[in-house]
Design a binder for this molecule. Structure first.
Ligand code: KMH
Ligand code: ZN
Length: 285
């Protein structure tokens, strides 16, 4: 059956401020310390973000899944913002599966869950079926809301199989992020985005992320199709040709402006929690 994504009157804005790929030495504006991540989170919340997708860095600015450090960052962002805290379980391409799963021990509100293996530039981002099922079922048991990351069309068929065999996610609502323009994944084009829509599960919402120079076309296509947006320095380091991104808030502010032009203004953090089915804070603390 062909389904249509659920339209929304407001736009859920997610910021992905850091990622695991860029080096602080190459990108001085990249937030990597706890203080920098908190300051970015506050700035981005102020200009319209409702969710933060977090990769954590160690004291040497390198990506880490060290649980103590991850917990510290989660607690700090929760203390200083109302943002929905979504931890990456994708990590870096070099991270082992057990460490990626262990991130759930930090009890975030939400976590990313990638639905298949994909070439990632010259690397391979590995996501075999057993890992997908383990992440999905552990999140169900722990009350963590998944955001299903889709790098290619076939991964939506995997989502259908996952939900069919293992039931709905915690919170009951399916939210997908189309990650587009990764070298090895689907291209960041309006055509590719449109091709994904009939494969979304009934009642699902979707966001889209365009990596690098596909950021703007993907944002415009997603807004026009009733979708939500993810932006940030994990995905985009150039604001315009030859112009480096100043900070994450600059990217969120641009997304918020486009969402307002589309008459689907940024969603509040409370509305984001309601949409995604996030556990109330009292249940977490
Ligand atoms: N860093 C990429 C290899 C996620 O956060 O879940 C994987 C990634 C996806 O960023
Ligand atoms: Zn990520």
């Amino acid at each position: 059956m062909v389904t249509q994504p659920t339209p929304s009157a407001a736009t859920l804005l997610t910021v992905a401020p850091t990622g695991a790929e860029s080096a602080k030495a190459d990108v001085p504006a990249l937030p990597v310390t706890v203080e920098e991540v908190v300051a970015t989170a506050q700035d981005c919340e102020r200009v319209g973000a409702a969710v933060i997708h977090l990769h954590v860095r160690d004291a040497d600015t390198r990506p880490t899944l060290d649980l103590g450090r991850v917990r510290e960052v989660v607690a700090a962002v929760r203390e200083h913002t109302d943002l929905v805290v979504q931890l990456s379980t994708g990590g870096a391409v070099t991270d082992p599966f057990d460490a990626r799963l262990a991130v759930l021990d930090a009890a975030p509100d939400a976590a990313s869950l990638t639905l298949g293996t994909v070439n990632f530039g010259r690397d391979v981002f590995s996501n075999p079926w057993d890992l997908i099922v383990e992440l999905h079922t552990q999140m169900q048991q722990r009350g963590i809301v998944p955001e299903y990351e889709v790098f290619d069309l076939g991964q939506l068929a995997t989502l259908a199989r996952l939900l069919d065999r293992h039931g709905p996610p915690y919170g009951g609502h399916v939210h997908v992020d189309l990650v587009m323009g990764v070298p090895g994944g689907m291209p960041g084009t309006a055509q590719a985005l449109t091709a994904c829509l009939p494969l979304l599960p009934a009642g699902a919402t979707f966001a889209a992320t365009g990596v690098g120079r596909t950021s703007l076309p993907v944002m415009l296509a997603a807004l026009s199709a009733g979708g939500h947006l993810r932006v940030g320095m994990e995905d985009t380091l150039t604001y315009a040709p030859g112009e480096p991104v100043r900070d994450n808030a600059q990217l969120v502010a641009r997304a918020a402006g486009l969402a307002r032009i589309a008459q689907r203004p940024p969603m509040s953090t409370q509305d984001a929690r309601d949409l995604l089915g996030i556990k109330p804070m009292e249940a977490v603390l």
